[in-house]
Design a protein around this ligand. Structure first.
Ligand code: PLP
Length: 369
């Protein structure tokens, strides 16, 4: 098979005329800030996931941070999984907390409830759990082993029916290579009305909504410029430009997820002799296969030479020096398994020819070695 001219990305967004048109409408409307598109997106997203309330923000990371701040968690211990993106270990540090990293289960690479029980401390009040690569974590056992606040990081499980409903609040991501990309952005969803009401003004320096005041949705006649700020707020609300793209991606989500599952099925079936397939996921945020540690890096290089971009999701969090000093212990699963991880191209822009191409070169690698 001939080598391609261009690199096949491991992850990428796919947009079209619909997103361009949606953006054009917002640009021409004269309202680019937080307005009707954000409200529509929050309403539709909450309905999809089955939570009563949704607050759109600039990113999942800031969404997690806002939940910590709204709940008043500061200077405590926060448990999070060894295999995850750095956000889950960093958010505790923003709140003067310790980041207590625990091991994952070998099959799912999600946080191990037994390890949570083993390493929780008297001041472990929050647990951030990740639905790694789209596989839903074991919430039933997490609830049994941990009595504190569970912040469900759903950056990878957007959207598996039922995802997000097991924690005390769920946080989603619309970052550029997620299943529902909007450039960047996040959403906090919850059934807790009190938490929701705290979060809304916190996304904008304590202000509730300029759109509501401008459009006479309050009792004041016309634009009401006066407001009182009574709470500490930040600056991380989503704007209508982002929400307009997210709304288009929301419509395409079922089709895009079906395609990701098709890619997953093909890799699982046609590479079964060569790789260990990941646990099945409905969203396939990353297709994280496992190979023997001795082959992982040479396979990455071999595929790069064939213009196939792969990745590793993830190097364990306790290996990052910003948190390693807080987590000086052995991680029998994460330390072994991460060296075997290789993510293969999986996104809405991958074609069946691309899948053939990836499968061909992986088979070729293992035939040549
Ligand atoms: C598991 C996980 N959590 C959190 C994040 C952070 O999301 P965002 O980029 O929206 O802040 C990511 C992003 O890659 C992620 O993979």
């Amino acid at each position: 098979m001939e080598i391609r001219d261009t690199m096949l990305p491991v992850l990428r967004p796919l947009g079209g005329e619909e997103e361009v048109q949606a953006l054009r409408e917002v640009i021409e409307s004269g309202w680019w800030g937080k307005g009707p598109k954000v409200a529509e997106f929050e309403e539709k997203f909450a309905k999809m996931v089955g939570h009563k309330y949704a607050v759109a923000v600039t990113s999942n990371s800031h969404g997690q941070d806002l939940v910590m701040k709204a709940m008043g968690y500061k200077g405590i211990d926060v448990i999070n999984p060894a295999i995850s993106f750095i956000a889950t270990a960093m958010v505790p540090l923003w709140n003067d907390c310790t980041s207590n990293i625990v091991d994952v289960k070998r099959d799912t690479l999600c946080i191990d409830p037994d390890d949570v029980e083993r390493y929780k401390k008297p001041n472990s009040e929050v647990l951030i759990s990740v639905d790694e690569a789209g596989v839903i974590a074991d919430y039933e056992n997490l609830r049994k082993k941990f009595g504190g606040f569970i912040l469900q990081d759903c950056a990878h499980s957007c959207w598996t029916p039922g995802a997000g409903l097991d924690g005390d609040a769920a946080v989603w991501s619309f970052q550029a290579v997620k299943t529902m990309p909007a450039g960047d952005g996040g959403m906090i969803t919850t059934n807790d009305r009190e938490l929701y009401e705290k979060l809304v003004p916190m996304t904008w320096l304590g202000i509730t909504s300029t759109y509501a005041r401008t459009n006479k949705l309050t009792s004041s006649p016309g634009y009401s410029w006066d407001y009182d700020i009574s709470v500490l707020g930040y600056k991380c609300y989503m704007n209508d430009l982002t929400a307009s793209v997210a709304l288009e991606q929301l419509k395409k989500l079922p089709k895009n997820l079906e395609w990701r599952r098709h890619i997953q099925r093909r890799y699982n079936e046609e590479l079964s002799e060569y790789i260990e397939a990941p646990s099945w996921t409905e969203t396939v945020q990353n297709y994280s296969a496992r190979v023997s540690a001795e082959h992982r890096d040479s396979l990455i290089k071999y595929l790069a030479d064939k213009k196939i971009h792969t990745s590793v999701h993830y190097k364990p969090l306790h290996k990052h020096s910003v948190v390693s000093h807080m987590n000086q212990r052995e991680y029998p699963v994460a330390d072994v398994e991460w060296k075997r991880l290789i993510s293969l191209p999986c996104h809405a822009a991958v074609t069946d020819d691309d899948i053939d191409y990836v499968i061909h070169w992986i088979k070729n690698y293992f035939t040549e070695v």
